[in-house]
Design a protein around this ligand. Structure first.
Ligand SMILES: Cc1ncc(C[n+]2csc(CCOP(=O)(O)OP(=O)(O)O)c2C)c(N)n1
Ligand SMILES: [Mg+2]
Length: 637
């Protein structure tokens, strides 16, 4: 039975802004290829005075006394607002951007804690609905607790800081503004070319304000996710370039996976013989077992993909934004005559490297290209070169995976054990530190969803909350977050949320007492690993060069309700993984690894500028090496 107050005006319903928003969100659906699903799968939140009585009351009412025909918008209580946005992004990514979460936070710090997550979503092009609470629209009690006061304008709040990291941003100062805003927000969330963080700021008084809403607002609404086909003339231009190619290389980005384009990519590679390299977001778009798959490209790529990139006369970028890691800071593609053909939903990305642009859905575009390229195939000697390079790198991978390093295992051995133990449909998650590089070079992904690397924002702290989001999105998959000790210390607290939701994930914590990644980078750029390991301040030197900080991260995870297995060797690690896999409880496996590697051999450069002037010899030396590498950098005009 409806418990909403009815109004005199027919066809309207009197609800607060919070109630109307919740009811609206529960009625939204997305559709692609004939399959419909709820667009907003639920709401993460943390309440404070900014949202407890507005959006919070609405979520309560939706849970305990919904109106007739009102669907549930399930509420999840997170521990940190940044973490909940990461979880939401991971959920949406796992669902190929067809479903998203709402995130409600209180005003001030609760809301600004979401900015990092919003930036990550927008950079990674993954939908999330951000609902920061805002200062009073009436301005009566100003300054409310946690209000930023700006003498230049009473219209500014901390939530203005979401503007550059949101694809859509609005503030609801009057109830009726919600109508156009909510509709615009859904359109952006479901537009694969525009999607990212969508932010609707909700002043705390307006959240609780009642209005007579047209009932039509709450009808089921289906947002169709488009698959734009290439324009025939653009396709023809692209085909002419590819047909003339002798040494083409396709670079598969995350767009291939989001478009569910793996079968189309495999068919393209089968028909043309064109080798396929992958980016961090695109790994798994083609199975590592496909003969055309050459693995990771760029700064953290492998020798096979990078050798092919270096020689390629035509590079076909599909669903990629060409990050500096992919292009090795514009040193990867060295053929003086190289040309680019980019297939992307976003014209902005399609235009990169002065490419012939094909603005289209990745799957639709690949299908069109395959059809239009009929009869074209790379020559046999090129295919043989590809196979030889791939076989060479497979040997390096085997070595890295089975090093038997002592006394501490190398992290590549842990990654190798996971790669062997995890199933095709399981999901490995990582974001920052030295592991993304090792994974990009070595991991052999056998399905499009197995490899979940957040490397657009490479945000430390993403892994654990992301494991929660991925598990919610793929309950039948084993979800494994691999996390460094630095990343763990940024954001471990969603373990408590994972436990409270009865979710089972596996967290693998690699303890190396510092930053293997930035430590190595620091050393190679002449900065002597300064400030990159977790050590005590020494009483005599007054520097951070004492013993290890006596930190017990295993106990930390245990304190939040995870089972913890502490292991020292790779054999013990394998056993622990098997135990964790059959357990129904969230388990963290703690293993100490060697801060100094060895890591896979690097075959490409990354531009990190070195001080042009220094007293330190290490820096001067690194600067002259830097200048050597700079010579290889080029624009593609
Ligand atoms: C939020 C955030 N802050 C800083 C960085 C810069 N950064 C990249 S890797 C890294 C160290 C990571 O340490 P850890 O997680 O222990 O991984 P390891 O390098 O030891 O593999 C830092 C500080 C980042 N990526 N994200
Ligand atoms: Mg570390």
């Amino acid at each position: 039975m409806s418990n909403d107050a009815t109004t005199a005006a027919e066809g309207t319903r009197r609800l607060t802004v919070g109630q109307a928003l919740v009811r609206f969100l529960a009625s939204q659906y997305s559709e692609r290829d004939g399959v419909q699903q709820r667009l907003i799968a639920g709401a993460f939140g943390i309440f404070g005075h900014g949202n407890v009585a507005g959006v919070g009351q609405a979520l309560l009412q939706n849970e305990v006394e919904p109106a007739a025909g009102e669907d549930r918008l399930k509420y999840y209580l997170a521990r940190n607002e940044q973490g909940m946005v990461h979880a939401a992004v991971s959920y949406a990514r796992t669902r190929n951007r067809l479903q998203a979460f709402a995130c409600t936070a209180s005003i001030g710090p609760g809301s600004t804690n979401m900015i990092t997550g919003a930036a990550l979503a927008t950079i990674d092009r993954v939908p999330v609905l951000i609902l920061p609470s805002d200062i009073f629209a009436t301005r009566f009690p100003d300054p409310v607790l946690q209000q930023l006061e700006d003498p230049r304008s009473l219209d500014i709040s901390v939530n203005d800081a979401f503007k550059p990291v949101s694809r859509f941003w609005d503030r609801i100062n009057r109830p009726e503004q919600l109508i156009p805003s909510a509709l615009a927000a859904m359109r952006v969330l479901t537009d694969p070319a525009e999607t990212g963080a969508v932010t609707i700021c909700l002043p705390q008084d307006v959240q609780a304000e009642a209005y007579d809403w047209p009932l039509e607002l709450f009808r089921k609404r289906v947002w169709h996710v488009a698959r734009p086909a290439p324009e025939p003339a653009a396709l023809a231009r692209a085909v002419a370039i590819i047909r003339a190619a002798k040494k083409p290389l396709l670079v598969a980005g995350g767009g291939v996976i989001y478009s569910d384009g793996s079968a189309a990519l495999a068919a393209f590679a089968d028909a043309t013989g064109i080798p396929v390299a992958d980016t961090q977001a695109g790994k798994g778009a083609i199975s590592c077992e496909h003969p055309a798959s050459v693995g990771g490209i760029g700064s953290t790529g492998n020798d096979a993909a990078n050798a092919l990139a270096s020689d390629a006369d035509v590079v076909i970028g599909v669903g990629t934004r060409y990050s500096d890691f992919t292009t090795a800071s514009h040193t990867a593609f060295r053929n003086p005559d190289v040309r680019f053909v980019n297939l992307n939903l976003l014209a902005f990305d399609a235009a990169k490297n002065s490419a012939e642009m094909v603005v289209a859905d990745a799957r639709a575009g690949l299908e069109a290209l395959t059809a239009a390229l009929q009869g074209y195939r790379v020559v046999e000697s090129y295919s043989q070169r590809v196979a030889g390079l791939v076989a060479d790198w497979a040997r390096v991978t085997e070595e890295c995976f089975h090093r038997n390093a002592a006394p501490l295992p190398a992290q590549t051995e842990v990654l190798g054990a996971l790669n062997e133990l995890m199933g095709d449909d399981d999901i490995v998650i990582n974001a920052a530190g030295s592991m993304p590089g090792d994974l990009q070079a070595l991991w052999r992904a056998r399905s499009p969803k197995q490899y979940h690397l957040e490397y657009g924002y490479s945000c430390m702290g993403y892994e654990i909350p992301a494991a929660m989001g991925a598990k919610m999105a793929a309950p039948d998959s084993e979800v494994v977050a691999i996390v460094g000790d630095g990343s763990y210390q940024m954001l471990p607290q969603e373990i408590a949320t994972i436990v409270s939701e009865n979710l089972k994930v596996i967290i693998v914590l690699l303890q190396n007492h510092g930053f293997a990644s930035i430590g190595g980078l620091s050393e190679s750029r002449g900065s002597q690993r300064f400030g990159t390991s977790y050590r005590m301040r020494d009483g005599e030197s007054d520097r951070l060069d004492g013993g290890y900080v006596p930190l017990d991260l295993a106990a930390n995870a245990r304190s939040m309700g995870a089972d913890v297995l502490e292991v020292a060797t790779i054999e013990e690690f394998r056993d622990a993984y098997r135990k964790a896999a059959v357990s129904t409880r969230t388990t963290l496996i703690h293993i100490e690894t060697d801060l100094y590697g060895p890591n896979p051999p690097a075959s490409a450069w990354w531009d990190v500028p070195v001080s042009q002037s220094a007293r330190l010899e290490s820096t001067r030396q690194a600067h002259s090496e830097y200048l050597e590498h700079k010579k290889d950098q080029r624009h593609h005009l």
